[in-house]
Ligand binder design. Structure first.
Ligand SMILES: Nc1ncnc2c1ncn2[C@@H]1O[C@H](COP(=O)(O)OP(=O)(O)OP(=O)(O)O)[C@@H](O)[C@H]1O
Length: 292
């Protein structure tokens, strides 16, 4: 594993009973990358992040974090926020920060205070009484104040209103800019990650559908728009997904765009078009079940 690799996932496989949540997933995340882990509900995002945090022992495969197998030794370098932002409801915000300081040798109390103030979190309020968005911001503060090298965030933006979402992303990106923190954040809202991530991993039915750097990925795809007949007549290109509306169709194509077909207009996909096209086409695959 290269010293430039923060996270290396190899052949990761895990099942819950007969349900295969992860099916031989492999990808790497470079140090300092901001990676969006995108997939529909039940795609396996949380299971993958739990395995990466070392809290779930997978049935097969391996996760390495900065070269170490995910587990007790990698934990001090990881800030992990699980989906429900688990915190102690009877503690106040101040007590929660104190606990963070006691449990984490690398805790940065000044930074914790700055982030808490920035998120307008009331120090004296009990965590159980906070609005879900505030709880989620506090969970993010807890993860960041540990000063981790790798942040694993499971749907961190879901409970936040649009203003808080922008603020939380700003906080995150400031940390990335200042310390070069590697971030993997999961989302099923594609628009949330556009403009934030430089890498993506698309998960569908427990399988990695697409993984890598955003820019080359966008450059390797095109969107063709025009009459359905002309789209159907396209040859020599891999059509990832087609949507029809009346007589017209829009197709996501894995190619930089031949642009020779009459009657079609071509453009480079947005990240949203790219991800939605791959997610939609993956939805056509049969559900994965572990053989009985
Ligand atoms: N503890 C569990 N017991 C049984 N099945 C589980 C468990 N955790 C996850 N699963 C199943 O494994 C699959 C993947 O779930 P996972 O929570 O990892 O997906 P996800 O992509 O995070 O979904 P969401 O976006 O809805 O949170 C789903 O079919 C889910 O029902």
């Amino acid at each position: 594993m290269s010293a430039d690799t923060a996270l290396e996932v190899t052949g990761l496989t895990h099942s819950f009973g007969r349900r295969r949540a992860l099916d031989y997933c492999s990808f790497t995340v470079p140090v300092g990358a901001v990676t969006a882990l995108v997939g529909r509900n039940g795609a396996g995002k949380s299971t993958l992040l739990r395995a990466a945090s070392g809290l779930l022992r997978p049935d097969g495969g391996e996760v390495r974090v900065f070269g170490e197998p995910a587990g007790d030794r990698s934990l001090p370098r990881i800030g992990y926020v699980a989906q429900a932002a688990p915190l102690y409801p009877t503690l106040t915000v101040a007590q929660t920060l104190d606990l963070g300081a006691r449990l984490n040798p690398s805790w940065d109390a000044a930074y914790a205070r700055q982030l808490t103030d920035g998120a307008a979190l009331p120090f004296a309020a009990r965590v159980g009484m906070l609005a879900p968005g505030h709880r989620s911001r506090l969970a993010l503060v807890m993860a960041l104040a540990k000063r981790p090298d790798l942040l694993l965030l499971d749907e961190p933006l879901a409970p936040l209103d649009p203003v808080a979402r922008t603020e939380a992303l700003g906080t995150l990106m400031a940390d990335v800019a200042e310390r070069g923190t590697t971030v993997v954040l999961s989302s099923h809202v594609v628009a949330d990650v556009d403009g934030v991530c430089d890498h993506v991993v698309v998960l569908a039915e427990g399988r990695v559908r697409l993984a890598g750097e955003v820019e080359p990925m966008l450059a390797a795809h095109s969107v063709a728009v025009g009459p359905s007949d002309a789209i159907s007549a396209l040859g020599g290109v891999e059509i990832v997904d087609v949507r029809t509306a009346g007589r017209d169709a829009t197709a996501l194509i894995r190619s930089a765009g031949p642009a020779t077909t009459e009657g079609l207009s071509w453009h480079r996909p947005t990240l949203e078009e790219l991800l939605l096209g791959h997610l939609r086409s993956a939805g056509l695959q049969p559900e994965r079940k572990v053989p009985a």
